[in-house]
Design a protein around this ligand. Structure first.
Ligand code: EPZ
Length: 417
């Protein structure tokens, strides 16, 4: 199984332009089958997940190409609306195609994606929301047969949890529903604002993105347009934690500083410093990190669950104690057993991880349990004494483009082999 060999103890320093956002690109790729004509997405990250999304679009009959981080999708000839069972299991985020298929064809056949490494990942909120828009969803085992016998109609939908994916599916379907849709308790992540902005450029009439209440006035059709995918805020934080464990400094370009606001105070409590001007973020790590007290993962603009593993890895070797409460996913601490193999002192009680800072980690052979857990193990290895072997890099490749190349360019000694 592919792995990274990492020699710890090398100070990371330099400048990087962060990749396009995985979680920004995926809903835009889904939207490309909703809109007619051609969609062009620049700054699209070259990841396993984005490549897979293009294969799914091909399966609908779209013509796609991908060169130099630009994805071009022509959905003119698209005439199919099914996603195979094994495909759904391979990439659970493909559930976000559901709203686009219903908006385009009035029909869809997909599977419930099923659980994964970080939790059960139910889709009840997606199903309830789309039913509220007039969609008939028949569940046959894990297969979902969806149709809109009377077309999609606007409705008021109150989400019991501000689900990112359910909000995205609602935005996609409601954009072309008859009448007005109001989404209450909508997700407020930057990726929601990005999707709403893209759809509006395609002719949609969406307001309130980034707030808890979204208003959508359905239109008859949408036309593809060109857009640049935003910078990946989660990847930016990952590289900052890699820099932090080596006492380095980093200039990050290509990501909106405002999207990192939930992380600034925790970074500063750990002894790091962030400055930003003219689209650049300058990150400075202390010689010795400090425990940052307690953070709770919350929906945006709270501390992002996707960065909790990176922060835990960063604080293994620090002065003091840190506590992370994981409120979003029920099984997102699997990487901690691997950190403890490197000499970390972390105890997990349910959704709470208590990190007792140690002097320094030591290299070890560790296994990535999932995407963000895997990249966090590399963060830990970069600060550890000696050499580590991190396997399961197929998870890391889902969300980080050229991970080892970016880290090497900053001075890390890391090799894929
Ligand atoms: C998106 O997942 C992201 N993925 C996740 O990033 C991210 O962690 C998550 O949002 C939260 O920010 C993509 O954008 C592709 P949710 P999503 O629906 O949409 C529960 C990464 O590492 N829930 O907001 O699946 C769910 O079980 C990935 O890049 C229901 O109960 O997240 C979870 O506990 C991981 N019923 C919580 O809501 C539903 O119908 C948040 O899920 C839907 C969700």
């Amino acid at each position: 199984m592919g792995g990274f060999t990492v020699e710890g103890g090398h100070r990371l320093e330099g400048c990087l332009t962060v990749q396009g956002s995985k979680n920004g690109a995926l809903p835009l790729l889904a939207a490309s089958v909703l809109v007619s004509g051609t969609t062009c997405l620049r700054n699209c990250p070259d990841l396993t997940d984005t490549r897979y999304a293009l294969l799914i679009l091909n399966g609908f009959g779209c013509k796609t190409s991908f060169h130099n981080n630009t994805a071009v999708i022509d959905s003119t000839a698209a005439d199919r609306f099914c996603i195979a069972d094994e495909t759904m299991r391979e990439m659970r985020s493909s559930i976000v195609f559901l709203g686009a298929l219903l908006g385009r064809f009035g029909r869809a056949e997909v599977s419930a994606p099923g659980g994964c490494e970080i939790g059960l990942r139910p889709i009840d909120l997606h199903i309830e929301s789309l039913r509220a828009l007039g969609c008939v969803i028949e569940e046959d085992g894990s297969r979902l047969r969806c149709s809109c016998p009377n077309g999609l109609r606007g409705a008021t939908v109150a989400l019991s949890f501000p689900s990112v994916g359910a909000t995205e599916n609602l935005l996609l379907a409601a954009s072309v529903a008859k009448g007005r849709t109001r989404i209450i308790n909508a997700a407020r992540e930057p990726e929601i604002v990005e999707l709403a902005g893209f759809l509006n450029r395609c002719g949609a009439r969406i307001s309130g993105a980034g707030e808890g209440i979204l208003e959508i006035e359905g239109v008859a059709s949408l036309t593809g347009c060109e857009a640049a995918v935003s910078g990946d805020r989660i990847a930016a934080v990952t590289y900052m934690t890699c820099c932090a464990v080596t006492g380095g400094r980093l200039t990050v370009r290509g990501v909106d500083y405002n999207s990192l606001m939930p992380l600034v105070a925790p970074f500063e409590k750990a002894g790091c410093r962030l400055e930003h001007e003219r689209g650049e973020i300058r990150f400075f790590a202390p010689q010795r990190l400090k425990g940052f007290g307690m953070v709770r993962t919350m929906p945006y603009p709270g501390f992002p669950t996707d960065s909790q593993a990176a922060f835990a890895a960063m604080l293994c070797a620090s002065d003091g104690t840190s506590m992370i409460v994981e409120n979003i996913f029920e099984s997102r601490f699997k990487y901690i057993a691997q950190l403890n193999k490197m000499g970390a002192d972390i105890r997990v009680e349910g959704r709470i991880a208590v990190i007792q800072g140690v002097e320094r980690l030591h290299g070890a052979a560790v296994e990535s349990p999932d995407l963000r857990g895997g990249s966090a193990l590399v963060t830990a290895a970069l600060g550890a004494q000696g050499v580590s072997r991190v396997t399961g890099v197929q998870y890391i490749d889902r969300g980080y483009e050229n991970f080892e190349g970016v880290l090497s360019s900053l001075g890390a000694v890391i090799e894929r082999k």
